[in-house]
Design a protein around this ligand. Structure first.
Ligand code: NAD
Ligand code: TYD
Length: 334
């Protein structure tokens, strides 16, 4: 029986990962520790909340007492918990340092005390910074450029130090930009799909030529599972599907899939320190046997369909506090 502590499991990728792991194996129990910040949402896990193998605990990964009490009963830790939005990290970096770095340290200390068998730290391709040409390898230097990516880089290397110093069996996936169901509507694809469905403008930063390598969340979950079970201790694994697209291409695809026109596009002031391009060499995880199973265009269309069919999930998120934050932070209405 594998006993998991999954942190941040009420967020976008964490909730998809919990659903995936429960569907894959009977021989598993999962405790989901999540603080339920603005991005954490129990609606993401409604369909599995009464599963006997699953337990939700509301709490903070920075709470050492709570973390230790949960760590006693588990053998595997997967740390998704983080503040995850670059724009918010530019406005208010405090929580990023606290959760993404200090929270990770609290988990590591408890994992060390209880002799955890596997500690998977969910890192990101953003730790490398921007690359104009070519692909980042796992051994390349980390040059993060936002408070978000810098805090993720700090945690990434802190986890590695526990492998070198204490021989903790850690693995560190660095995935590229995910998209799919249950993504809080503040990231490019989830924001633009939900705006487009409501015929609200799509705010493209700068010239719209920034490039990301888009990864369907289901493919990412399979990659994380593969790394968890087949990754070597102390190793980093890039995860990407090779779907390099600039933001205007993504915007056009969403406009087409929702039956809108280019009139919906508004060019707005660029993000501060905006990384131009992310791109990964994924030969290392490919050698573990993983490859993405979803075609990008089909997965994007399915994602549009999901948001079209699940207004109950996102409409209530885009009201009240969300609109206030949007107005205050971006100095414009939605
Ligand atoms: P998300 O913002 O949707 O979810 C984060 C979750 O963490 C939320 O449920 C939130 O309530 C929880 N959380 C935040 N602070 C916490 C704390 N102190 N204690 C306990 N729980 C806390 O994020 P996501 O997009 O699902 O990303 C999950 C992880 O994957 C993050 O570590 C992120 O850096 C990493 N990642 C994301 C992407 C992406 O494209 N979304 C790509 C690569 C890596
Ligand atoms: P985002 O989804 O925030 O992911 P990240 O910055 O972590 O890669 O943004 C993806 C790209 O889309 C990035 O180049 C910024 C751009 N973007 C916009 O142009 N407009 C928006 O409203 C958002 C949220 C992002």
């Amino acid at each position: 029986m594998q006993k998991y502590l999954i942190t941040g499991g009420a967020g976008f990728i964490g909730s998809n990962f919990i659903r995936y792991m429960l569907s894959k194996s009977d021989d598993i129990t999962i405790i989901n520790l999540d603080k339920l910040t603005y991005a954490g949402n129990l609606d993401n896990l409604k369909d599995i909340e009464s599963d006997d193998r699953y337990r939700f605990v509301k709490g903070d990964i920075c709470d050492s007492g709570l973390v230790n009490s949960l760590m006693k009963d588990v053998s595997v830790v997967v740390n998704f918990a983080a503040e995850s939005h670059v724009d918010r990290s530019i406005g208010t970096p405090d929580e990023f340092i606290q959760t993404d770095i200090f929270g990770c340290f609290i988990l590591l200390e408890a994992a060390r005390k209880y002799g955890i068998e596997r500690f998977m730290q969910i890192s990101t391709d953003e730790v490398y910074g921007s690359i104009d040409n070519g692909l980042f390898k796992e051994t390349d230097a980390l040059m993060p450029s936002s408070p978000y990516s810098a805090s993720k880089a700090g945690a990434d290397r802190l986890v590695y130090s526990y492998y070198i110093t204490y021989q903790m069996p850690v693995v560190i996936p660095r995935s590229s930009n995910n998209f799919g169901p249950y993504q809080y509507p503040e990231k490019l694809i989830s924001l633009f799909i939900t705006n487009a469905l409501d015929k609200i403008s799509l705010p493209v930063y700068g010239d719209g030529k920034n490039v990301r390598d888009w990864l369907y969340v289901q493919d990412n979950c399979e990659a994380l599972d593969c790394i968890l079970h087949h990754g070597k201790d102390g190793e980093v694994y890039n995860v990407g599907a090779g779907n390099e697209k600039d933001n205007l291409e993504i915007t056009q695809l969403i406009i087409d899939a929702t039956g809108n026109t280019e009139n919906l596009i508004t060019f707005v002031e660029d993000r501060k320190g905006h990384d131009r391009r992310y791109a990964l060499d994924v030969s290392k995880i490919r050698s573990l046997g993983w490859e993405p199973r979803h075609d990008f265009h089909s997965a994007l269309n399915e994602t549009v369909d999901w948001y079209r069919d699940n207004r109950w999930w996102w409409e209530k998120l885009k009201s009240g506090e969300y609109l206030e934050y949007y107005r205050h932070h971006y100095k414009r209405d939605l």
